[in-house]
Design a binder for this molecule. Structure first.
Ligand code: ASP
Ligand code: MG
Length: 464
């Protein structure tokens, strides 16, 4: 029988009470599952800071070790009565921390760290969580083993910081390694290059690790435990009474994640859509029944009555704009610009062009580098280069957008009624998304207006 892959995030391991819920969930599966864990809440950011400081501060190695050692010691002592077991788990964590300390010391001595070393250091958060959780589960009668990516053969394409799993190399060995009849606990966020180096799978990448492992073992589902109510029709911090979305397709989930929904890492869907492995989302603070997911992402396509299933937004994007007469009509300009961005390893999220302006949507964090590399293209591009930062991208997502009339009209009418100016818009790039750009100060009102139009004015969204 195929196993379930269960992902717990840093937000599931925040406090002592959370651990109790995690134990209950694992018991509720009533059969051995494969668990993937993230680092404890805040630990990856802490390691990033330690790594930076270590370049010029020798004390950082010791401080980091102490901080991480003490971080969950109290929780361990509270959950495990057997003091011998507490000591043995702490000694395993201590061994990991000794390695980490040596690496940070090395960085302090040389004042430098290679990309390989950076990735190796940043993965310790997940390694520690896995050892910690395994100890706790064993103590509660759930037979569990840590399975480090290096020991199960999770092989990547070798790109540091943002690797992808190589399924040709990984599938058989991962499946074979996880075939025992007990719970495996795998640190998420990294795999190994073909030559054995730690390669991170991108920030927030343990969702993607879990999806990759689910694919390798042909899991019955990937179950992601969150601290919120699954996919919703809008951000509960902004909209009144968001509606829970029970069923989404892989594409809907991927587009929502791409345009800012925080519930899933945008790459989680990638490994699972072909083999049709469903993603089930649960709330650790809700009902802990493993048969009652809040949202299920699968191949089952449902067109809801109002077409739109959710409105999402992201403040992370900005625009690199090339203005000039006829830039849209001259061959080769985009090729030069995109080649320069590629060389700088900058991802392009969207391109909107007109006769006098080319607009390239990229992450805000990449804007200044993008500006620098495009402004030195040789021979120079005739046109004015400009960066636009104070924007938000808002996306309305739902199956059926491209096949039904009136959806865009409703979006723009709702915005117009609220006197919100749309700076740019795009429909049709994907059959299920209509997205547009507004000034960042209009973001909250715009999201509210769209949500009101699609979810608060028509009677019932029973199909949602
Ligand atoms: N701990 C990693 C991060 O913060 C991976 C994850 O949480 O998914 O990016
Ligand atoms: Mg995470």
């Amino acid at each position: 029988m195929s196993k379930t892959v269960v992902k717990f995030g840093g937000s599931n391991l925040k406090c002592k009470e959370d651990i109790g819920r995690v134990i209950q969930v694992v018991k509720n599966y009533q059969q051995p599952v494969v668990i993937v864990v993230s680092a404890f809440f805040g630990v990856t950011n802490y390691l990033i800071e330690s790594l930076e400081k270590a370049r010029h501060d020798e004390q950082v190695a010791t401080k980091t070790k102490e901080f991480l050692f003490n971080l969950k010691r109290e929780t361990l002592e509270l959950h495990i009565e057997d003091s011998g077991l507490v000591t043995s788990i702490l000694s395993e964590i201590g061994e990991l921390l000794d390695e980490l300390g040596k690496l940070l010391q090395g960085i302090a001595l040389t004042g430098d760290a290679s990309k390989a070393l950076e990735d190796h250091v940043l993965a310790y958060g997940e390694r520690i969580s896995a050892v910690f959780l395994t100890g706790i589960l064993n103590n509660h009668g759930i037979e569990s083993k840590v399975a480090f990516p290096e020991s199960i053969g999770l092989i990547t394409d070798g790109e540091f910081g943002n690797a992808s799993v190589d399924f040709v190399k990984s599938t058989n060995i991962v499946r074979e390694s996880l075939s025992g009849d007990f719970v495996y606990v795998i640190p998420g966020f990294y795999g190994l290059s073909a030559d054995g180096k730690t390669t991170l799978l991108g920030r927030g990448g343990s969702d993607y690790s879990a999806a990759a492992i689910a694919r390798c073992i042909g899991a019955s589902s990937l179950d992601i435990w969150k601290d919120v109510d699954g996919f919703l029709s809008g951000d509960p911090k902004i909209v009144d009474k968001p509606i829970q979305i029970q069923k989404l397709t892989y594409d809907e989930a991927a587009e929502l994640a791409y345009f800012g929904a925080k519930i899933l890492h945008p790459r989680t869907v990638e490994p699972l859509s072909d083999p049709h492995i469903p993603i089930r989302i649960f709330n650790i603070y809700g009902v802990l029944n493993v048969q009652e997911p809040l949202s299920v992402v699968s191949a089952e396509k449902i067109v809801s009555k109002g077409i739109i299933k959710s409105v999402t937004y992201s403040d992370d994007f900005g625009i690199l704009k090339i203005k000039g007469s006829g830039v849209g009509g001259k061959p080769g300009i985009l090729a030069k610009v995109t080649t320069a961005l590629l060389k700088a390893n900058i991802n392009i999220s969207s391109v909107l062009t007109a006769q006098t302006s080319i607009n390239i949507l990229i992450f805000k964090k990449d804007l200044s580098t993008a500006y620098a590399v495009v402004s030195v293209i040789d021979p120079p591009i005739a046109g004015r280069l400009q960066i636009v930062e104070d924007i938000t991208v808002i996306a309305a997502v739902g199956n059926g957008i491209a096949e039904n009339f009136g959806v865009a009209a409703r979006i723009f009418t709702a915005l117009a009624k609220n006197e919100i100016n749309v700076m740019m818009s795009c429909s049709g790039a994907s059959l299920i998304v209509s997205y547009f750009l507004v000034g960042i100060n209009d973001r909250t009102r715009a999201v509210k207006a769209i949500h009101h139009e699609f979810f608060e004015t028509i009677p019932a969204h029973t199909e949602l």
